[in-house]
Design a protein around this ligand. Structure first.
Ligand SMILES: NC(=O)c1ccc[n+]([C@@H]2O[C@H](COP(=O)([O-])OP(=O)(O)OC[C@H]3O[C@@H](n4cnc5c(N)ncnc54)[C@H](O)[C@@H]3O)[C@@H](O)[C@H]2O)c1
Length: 278
């Protein structure tokens, strides 16, 4: 399905991004695995190559303004062309609005809105010039697209996530704008809005003891035990499918939108939620 296609996935060292990297590779794509943390990025890429696929790890922070160009260059140098960009990297740094610091607000807007914007700007020449050449030669367009990761917090708001909800709604506006600007070149841009996916972002904070280091600042990840218990108590009322998704199920939504079978789908936000919120 993705033979001779190169996909770049940010935040693919673990969770949904890592699962997407494996799914793309199993379907023939060459995968560029980015993550803030080098070790998990290399683990994801190595697992793919050991299984007979093609992958490289390009560690680095998507919030470093110089990084997107380096990432695109590494992808093009290794695999020759770029076809698909998945803006997946991210984390949460929750707090009620009346207590939220400027630093907390800016950091989350940076990773969920500004970084995807810079990434899309950096991939533009690779996607657009190749498409333009096909157009001029009178050839059909190859499959080229961007998939952005949003959240139900962005679509509906969520208590304690004013910063995250703003970033995740912002990416929806960016998605629709790219779809309108690049559609004449056959380049699609869609988003997936995830609900409750079982990763370290949604597991019980006090039990898992996971943290992310952002510029020397340790941010503890996960949902507080009391909130997690409340959410789980009525899970069947909240989610028609009655459970959280696995990272693989979530990644399926990304791969679906990136696939050539979705070639007439653009500017769409696919809710991958088990029916939550319908
Ligand atoms: N888990 C959920 O229920 C859920 C719901 C809605 C949306 N999402 C979104 O899905 C995406 C993936 O999250 P996940 O649940 O797989 O979490 P995860 O923590 O398992 O994976 C996210 C990865 O992104 C990386 N990352 C974070 N900041 C980065 C940066 N600046 N540069 C490069 N890499 C960076 C992390 O190191 C991590 O490996 C995120 O955008 C998240 O907001 C998740």
């Amino acid at each position: 399905m993705f033979t001779n296609q190169t996909v770049i996935i940010t935040g693919a060292g673990r969770g949904i991004g890592a699962a997407a990297a494996r799914l793309f590779a199993e379907r023939g794509a060459a995968v560029v695995v980015n993550d803030l943390n080098a070790e998990p990025a290399e683990e994801t890429a190595n697992a793919i190559t050991q299984a007979g696929g093609q992958a490289i790890a390009v560690p680095g922070s998507v919030t470093d303004p110089a990084f997107p160009d380096k990432l695109m260059q590494a992808a093009a140098d290794t695999f020759g062309a770029i076809h698909i960009l998945v803006n997946n990297a991210g984390y949460t740094w929750d707090g009620m609005i009346h207590k939220m610091t400027d630093e907390q607000w800016q950091a989350i807007l940076e990773v969920h809105a500004s970084a995807p914007f810079r990434m899309i700007r950096a991939v533009a020449p690779y996607l657009r010039e190749a498409a333009q050449a096909e157009k001029e030669a009178g050839q059909p367009f190859s499959n080229r697209c961007v998939v952005n990761v949003s959240s139900t917090s962005g679509l509906h708001g969520n208590i304690g996530q004013g910063n995250y909800a703003t970033g995740k709604m912002g990416i929806v506006g960016l998605t629709k704008t790219v779809a309108k600007e690049w559609g004449y070149l056959g380049i699609r841009c869609n988003a997936v809005a995830f609900g409750y996916i079982d990763t370290r972002l949604t597991r019980t904070k006090e039990v898992q003891e996971e943290a992310i280091d952002i510029d020397g600042h340790e941010i503890v990840l996960g949902i507080p035990q009391k909130v997690r218990a409340l959410l789980d108590a009525n899970i069947e009322q909240r989610i028609p499918l009655g459970r959280a998704a696995t990272a693989e199920e979530a990644a399926g939504g990304i791969v679906l939108l990136a696939s050539p079978l979705a070639q007439y789908i653009t500017g769409h936000v696919l809710e991958v939620t088990g029916g939550m919120g319908i």
